[in-house]
Design a protein around this ligand. Structure first.
Ligand SMILES: NC(=O)c1ccc[n+]([C@@H]2O[C@H](COP(=O)([O-])OP(=O)(O)OC[C@H]3O[C@@H](n4cnc5c(N)ncnc54)[C@H](OP(=O)(O)O)[C@@H]3O)[C@@H](O)[C@H]2O)c1
Length: 314
């Protein structure tokens, strides 16, 4: 973990995406402290994003969870605090996936996004976060929060990759001046091995291989780039930010652009442009929501929550 963070910061990454749920906030906090203490980085150089866990959606729990995240990250504020997903679960201690004896998730069906959003706004007022946003919400849910908001959501983080390009949702957000951040931008190649030991229904996850997709490989060869760089560039060229994950220092560098001070090279995703024909071919790979990887259906009964967001067109 430390090596990955060091490699990313050395390569010039300044946006770090984490979540209470990921359990890696403390490791990120320790690494950042090292960088701050050595004078190599200042807090204001970074854009740190974390997320409210699904068991924290009652308004009186928001402050508690954000304070815990800040403590783990060793920060006074984050740059963006996201509601991790629109459907919530009952808080039972530290268990982030509470279930009954039959393995059904314990849904909190009393959550109200408008009330939750007021508690999110209070965190901006208190200076614990600079911005607030949403993740995995659909357009109807975003609109409801937006219309009630004193501080509008600044960002939506959603699954977005070449096979699931989210055109309608991105246009909807643009109309409301909400920026979009693409998670799983490489279609999460390690998702199935990572989820298999958890015992869920991995067969419900579509098998996608954009890195070996012939159209992508051909465009990559044409530009002297890797498939991953073409996939990331395709998203970035649409004005959407990307948060690819890698634990491999070479791929961490490849997915961004090596800081010119360390190694002047043409290795990154910001030093080339996909032309109109490349874009046309990549756009045509969109298969819509049938290629959604993170439907949550790996966990029994996830889609039974009244605020489950993925049953609607976008
Ligand atoms: N809001 C949400 O609900 C939500 C859900 C999922 C994810 N996220 C966020 O999105 C981030 C990324 O999502 P993700 O990890 O699921 O998907 P991803 O970034 O699309 O894929 C990550 C996988 O791709 C491999 N990889 C990375 N760069 C590569 C390259 N250049 N060539 C070949 N393989 C490469 C990595 O393997 P190596 O490590 O071996 O390089 C890793 O297994 C997460 O870290 C998380 O912060 C948010």
């Amino acid at each position: 973990m430390d090596a990955s963070i060091d490699a990313a910061l050395e390569a010039g990454y300044r946006h770090i995406d984490t979540a209470y749920l990921y359990g890696n906030e403390a490791a990120i906090g320790r690494a950042l402290k090292r960088w701050f203490d050595s004078g190599r980085l200042k807090r204001e150089d970074l854009f740190i994003v974390t997320k409210l866990p699904v068991v924290g959606y009652q308004p009186d729990r928001v402050e508690k969870y954000l304070k815990r995240s800040l403590k783990a990250l060793q920060l006074k504020y984050v740059d963006l605090y996201l509601v991790h997903q629109p459907w919530g679960l009952i808080e039972t201690g530290e268990n982030m996936l509470p279930m009954d004896e039959s393995g059904n998730l314990l849904h909190d069906t009393t959550i109200d996004h408008v009330a939750l959003w007021k508690a999110m706004e209070a965190q901006v007022d208190a200076g614990r976060t600079r911005n607030i946003g949403l993740s995995n919400f659909n357009s109807r849910q975003i609109k409801r929060v937006f219309l009630s908001a004193r501080i509008p959501p600044s960002n939506l983080q959603v699954e977005l990759h070449v096979y699931f390009q989210q055109r309608e949702l991105v246009a909807f957000c643009a109309a409301l001046d909400i920026t979009v951040c693409a998670y799983a931008p490489l279609a999460s190649p390690s998702m199935i091995p990572a989820f298999s030991p958890l015992g869920g229904d991995v067969d419900s996850i579509p098998r996608l291989s954009p890195l070996t997709e012939p159209v992508v490989v051909k465009i990559a060869e044409k530009h002297g780039k890797t498939s991953a760089q073409v996939l990331l560039r395709h998203i970035v060229q649409r004005g959407i930010s990307v948060i690819p994950k890698s634990s491999n220092p070479d791929r961490i560098r490849q997915n961004f652009q090596v800081n010119i001070r360390y190694r002047p090279s043409q290795e990154g995703i910001f030093d080339f442009n996909l032309d109109d024909e490349d874009v046309r071919q990549l756009d045509a790979l969109d298969r819509g929501s049938q290629c959604r990887l993170f439907s949550g259906n790996i966990h029994k009964g996830m889609d039974k929550h009244p605020e489950y967001s993925f049953n609607e067109p976008y």
